[in-house]
Design a binder for this molecule. Structure first.
Ligand code: ACO
Length: 440
């Protein structure tokens, strides 16, 4: 039996049961599964036999699937990709090695990596029709709006790789997406500033190629800075996957209908765009700019605590991490390195960020609610130092997360329990009523 199937089979061997006693005294036995890591899970699917549902807005206590990709322990601040701690991967691996690990489940051998890298780089180009398509958008369009449309439309250009039931076809479209999303993101940016698009350079690594497509022009040679390449590589690794977050769950829900991979990833990008999710790093920078001066921080925090117009401290808080976000620690160090290297450590925005973090971490409001900086509190500052415009921040998150999305989408299609996702509801609308004639 394959490793992933075996692990699912092992986890599903119920050794314990939970008993639910209904108001009429009826007892319902529910199997409890023990995951490889983390708390036990109660299988509530037998509720449908007695015509009952569970109610859990925001899926706070609901596992929507089984998965062997990523594990998060929110209390311990732990994030593992296929069992490897994020801190180690950020230090020792490249983004493409991390992509291989996520997709295939193991670190690649040198030969496997060579083939994988060759396949990804061979797919970085897009057909010129895609470039024409991008030119149809308004120059002021947000890159995420362009990406949602263009990536969804890839199904119209790469029809031959959308047989979702075929493993080879899934692999091909997954790697095409990892390779082409950065090209499309950089092209959207170049178009928005009126510069010619820069074609990918396949002799560069993943992060270096992206910097080239963003910042090079046909007029002069461009060489990326090693410290900035490393920082971007780390940003890509830290954002590569994060269990069943909103955008990944969106991809899975779309995937559960057997929709094509380009449509599923486009749905994921749309979900990521929201400021409560991937749009947070853009929102952090806007917030720091709005604060403007270190002296204005206490007043700003006062507004957040008072809930003025739903104001939140952007880059703070997380649904799962209730102690610290391990990605934020790596990002904070990277932030110091980059700003020091670029001699920007006196940068006003960074000083405001550090002071804001210090004040918030000592404030009873944030302590009580277990609100700590998340990865996006620092990633925006690093991206800005690299020279990435704020409007591209979420696009960079989408580039990183594409590997996570395609990995989950592929895992879902291999799952023996694959079925369409269809949540139920607690209906609170009108009861059945009669329609009086509306014809006039
Ligand atoms: N600033 C101020 N108060 C906050 C914040 C914040 N950033 N986050 C949560 N709270 C407060 C809420 O007002 C609530 O207070 P209450 O109990 O008095 O009503 C309490 O903390 C719990 O908040 P919820 O919204 O229930 O927490 P949830 O887990 O649903 O939300 C989320 C998590 C969306 C990340 C939230 O913390 C938030 O909006 N943060 C800011 C946006 C952000 O940084 N998002 C990036 C997430 S990481 C990522 O996508 C890579």
């Amino acid at each position: 039996m394959k490793k992933d199937l075996y692990q699912l089979y092992e986890a599903r061997k119920a050794k314990k049961h939970a008993t639910l006693i209904l108001p009429d005294g009826q007892k319902l036995e529910m199997p409890m599964y023990s995951p490889a890591l983390g708390p036990d899970v109660i299988d509530i699917s037998s509720l449908k036999k007695v015509d009952l549902f569970t109610y859990d807005p925001g899926f706070v206590a609901t596992a929507s699937c089984s998965s062997g990709v990523t594990y998060i322990d929110g209390d311990r601040g732990e994030l593992l990709y296929r069992g490897y701690p994020i801190e180690e991967l950020a230090k020792k691996a490249t983004f493409l090695q991390t992509c291989y690990l996520l997709y295939h489940g193991e670190m690649p051998t040198p030969a496997q990596f060579k083939t994988f890298k060759h396949t990804v780089t061979r797919h970085t180009m897009v057909t010129e029709r895609v470039v024409d398509f991008i030119k149809g958008f308004d120059t002021g369009a947000h890159p995420m709006a362009v990406m949602i449309a263009v990536i969804g439309a890839l199904a119209a250009f790469y029809h031959e790789w959308i047989d979702v039931k075929d493993q080879a076809s899934r692999n091909e479209s997954a790697l095409r997406l990892v390779a082409k999303v950065p090209t499309i993101a950089a092209m959207s940016y170049k178009y928005s500033i009126g510069q010619p698009v820069m074609y990918p350079q396949n002799n560069y690594g993943f992060a270096e190629n992206f910097l080239h497509m963003m910042f090079a022009t046909p007029c002069e040679p461009y060489k990326s800075d090693k410290v900035l390449i490393d920082a971007l590589n780390r940003i890509f690794i830290l954002h590569a996957d994060h269990e069943q977050n909103a955008s990944t769950s969106t991809v899975r829900l779309a995937g559960s209908t057997n929709a094509n991979p380009f449509a599923c990833i486009s749905a994921g990008i749309a979900s990521l765009w929201g400021p409560a999710h991937g749009g947070a790093n853009e929102a952090v920078l806007k917030m720091l700019e709005e604060i403007g001066e270190v002296e204005n921080i206490p007043e700003y925090i006062k507004g957040v605590k008072a809930g003025v117009a739903g104001k939140r401290l952007m880059g703070f808080g997380h649904r799962v991490y209730k102690n610290f976000d391990p990605r934020a620690n790596v990002m904070r160090d990277t932030c110091h390195q980059v700003l020091k290297h670029l001699k920007l450590h006196n940068d006003k925005t960074f000083k405001i960020a550090l002071e804001l973090e210090r004040i918030a971490l000592e404030d009873e409001y944030f302590i009580k609610r277990k609100l700590y900086p998340n990865v996006d509190f620092y990633s925006g500052i690093v991206l800005r130092a690299i020279g990435i415009p704020t409007s591209m921040f979420t696009a960079i998150f989408a580039i990183s997360r594409t590997i996570g999305w395609v990995t989950h989408w592929n895992e879902q299609h291999k799952d023996p329990e694959f079925r369409i996702g269809r949540p139920r509801q607690l209906y609170v609308g009108d009861k059945r009523r009669k329609l009086t004639s509306t014809k006039r």
